[in-house]
Write a protein that binds this ligand. Structure first.
Ligand SMILES: [Ca+2]
Length: 137
C-alpha cells in the first residue's frame, strides 16, 4: 500500500449483548502506525480517539438515568419530545428501531416491551402531569 494512502484499511466489528455488561475489552495493535487514526463507530455515534496506546473499554448498560432517551441523543438528556417522536416513527412510520430498547421502554415495565403504553406514558409525563419515567435498572 502506498505510504500516502488515506483510506480505510481495515474494518472489524462485533456485537456486544447484555450478558457482557461489566466485562471489558481492549483494542490494541502493535502494527498500527501511531501517526494514523482510529475511527470508532458505535450505536451512539462515531468518534476518533487520539492514539495514545491500547484502549480498554468497560461494557456498560445502554439505559442510564431515567428511561426515555429513545433517540439516544446526548443533547436532550434525559428526554424530550424528540424521544417521543422517535418511538412513534418506529412504531407507525417505519422509522429506525431504538438503539437502546431499554431507553424506549419508557414505563420501565419488567417485560421490556416497547408499545403504545410507552407512548402514552410519555404523553402523560409531558403534557398531563404524569410521573417521570422510572430509573433504568
Ligand atoms: Ca414498556
Amino acid at each position: 500500500m502506498p505510504i500516502e494512502y488515506d483510506g480505510k484499511v481495515l474494518t472489524f466489528s462485533f456485537t456486544i449483548d447484555e450478558s457482557s455488561i461489566g466485562k471489558s475489552f481492549a483494542v490494541d495493535s502493535a502494527w498500527y502506525p501511531t501517526n494514523s487514526s482510529w475511527l470508532f463507530s458505535t450505536t451512539g455515534g462515531t468518534s476518533v480517539p487520539s492514539w495514545d496506546g491500547p484502549h480498554a473499554y468497560t461494557i456498560v448498560p445502554c439505559c442510564v438515568g431515567p428511561h426515555g432517551n429513545a433517540d439516544n441523543s446526548m443533547a436532550d438528556m434525559p428526554l424530550d419530545v424528540s424521544d417521543l417522536n422517535s418511538i412513534i416513527n418506529w412504531m407507525f412510520v417505519d422509522g429506525p428501531a431504538p438503539l437502546c430498547p431499554g431507553e424506549a421502554n419508557v414505563n420501565g415495565d419488567m417485560s421490556g416491551s416497547i408499545d403504545i403504553a410507552d407512548v402514552s406514558y410519555m404523553v402523560d409525563y409531558f403534557w398531563l402531569g404524569g410521573p417521570a419515567p422510572p430509573a433504568c435498572p
